[in-house]
Write a protein of this length. Sequence first.
Lengths: 331, 337
Amino acid sequence: MINEKDINDFSLKIKEIYEQINRDVIGIKEVIEGTVVAMIAGGNVLLEGVPGVGKTRLVRTLGRVFGLPFSRIQFTPDLMPADVTGTNMVVKDDSGKTSFEFQPGPIFASIILADEINRATPKTQSALLEAMQEHKVTVMGVSRPLQEPFFVLATQNPIEQDGTYPLPEAQMDRFMFKILVPNPGLEDLMTIVNLTQKTMAEVADTVCSGEELLKMRETANNIPVATDVLTYAMILVAATHPTGEYASETAKKYLRLGASPRAGQAFISCGKVKALIKGRYNVAYEDIDELATMILRHRIKLNFEAVADRVSPDTIIEEIIKEVRAKYKIK
Amino acid sequence: MNYQKDFKNLYNAFLKNAIKKSLFYSLFISFAVLFVISFTFWIVDVKQFWIAFIVFGALEAILFSVFFYFFRPTDKKFAKELDSLGLEQRVITMYEYQDDDSLMAKVQRENAIEHINRFDSKLLKLVIPVILLAFMISACVLGVSASTVSVLSATGVIKSGRDTIIDIIPQEDVYYSVTYTAKKGGIIEGELTQTIKEGEDASPVIAIASHGYIFVTWSDGVRDPYRLDLGVNKTIDVFASFITIDEYMELMKNPGEPEVPEEPAMGNIPIPKDEGEGDPTMQRYDENAQIIDGETYYGESVFDEYQADMIETLAQDTEMSTNTKKIINDYFDTIEK
């Protein structure tokens, strides 16, 4: 149960969180906001950007700000699943008796930075599946729950494709958001350079504990959603299915596969968080629209025509939003 | 929550807008219908112009009610409309969760009410697109104009639409065929087949009985053997009927049996004057119905009288063309006395 204090604390906490993150990470406000929203809503985030734009620094800062156990896994082609999940080791006790003892892998933390996730083999990538969705790990037939809250913040480089293994749809779908990390603007670039001339140290303080984060999630979950808004979000998801009843013309033209029901769940849970961050106690259409590209861009599969026409997923999503709004007369 | 009471000013603004919108759309359609009816009445020259006004009034009342039913501000519509003006689904959420007692729902309601109270009701000003306004003005002008024209036409001040169109549009010439044929016992002198422009006169013809026959009638009842069809306005196809002298004499003996053994209907047979005998309703003898065929002997005095009458008649007749008079004169010249 939440009380009035929880509601008031939410806005105070969120303000503090942003303040602290902004001490270490310059610019990329939308990326920060998206990541924080996903963390409060309990989702995993895939950050895509060229090297050096601050992906890893952002994730590290988040670990510091939330005061949560943080692990970094550098994904490489020779990384094995056991390197991620942990494995049973043979150990001797004081009496010399040998037994198997589970040695937890780096996944047993609250914030996992899966750096360059697409460099690992599909076998290793799939080791994350259970952890990301069910927040538990099964090794040698024994399931072990992960510490709550639990997030996977993965990064990937969109340019260097040699020796990479693109994430399969099942894995992609488990990321609540795919956030594109842009290059900083000129002003941000100057600030970054000036700041790092003085010190490279990360200075963000912990302002939110794991328990407080879970409380924030619970508070956001109580936000009411009007039927019209819920319907709009679900139609948006359905409109991405090229052969479905609600298929938009853009989807019919450019898409091979639409978003899964997880997208619908993400719209609502993240919409609630976004509304509360804005100081509103209900989800609005604009919350759904703002989330649409982050939620849908990695869940839709483009067809040959889209590739040939060089149409990006973001453009397709924007067109679908326009179509749905016009069709259902949403002002 | 009672929106009508809690947000009286806003609700009244919505109500006014609904009335204005209903009035606008209903008048638009009613004027369009008024135009169509009045224009039709004017064109087909219907004098009951008041029907158009009754239809206009009744339609306006019905349409206004229907539109108002759709535009009237129900609580849900009120909520949605307000949200669309920048309240970010606060009001519709409040409407849907009005019975929810959870803390968050209460906070949401407070937040929504706070925003509604801050809302400027001037933003609710009804905006009608220019194109729609143009259509409305056009329908209004056309409706009023057409009904005025209809009234003026019905009261005889101006011509009806049909007459006006006839005046304006040049009419295509219409021609009719005029055919004269003779049954057994005679011939037709003159142009037997003619094509005559509507309203003009056909050329004259004369039915001439052969030896031993006598002219009876034209098939359309005309008993004068001389025939001049004036102002032709339909197709004429007639034939001249003749009977033998014997049959004629037989008929003279039995004036009560006027039927002529010639087909088809030939009109009444001329009966000589015979006062006190025969059917009094029978047509009197008409000597003009006789034909002097040039072979039958009538006696000099009869012919002379006949010719004298003819010459006098022709001299007095100013309407008959010279050509026709010449034909008749020529005809008499051919008769053997």
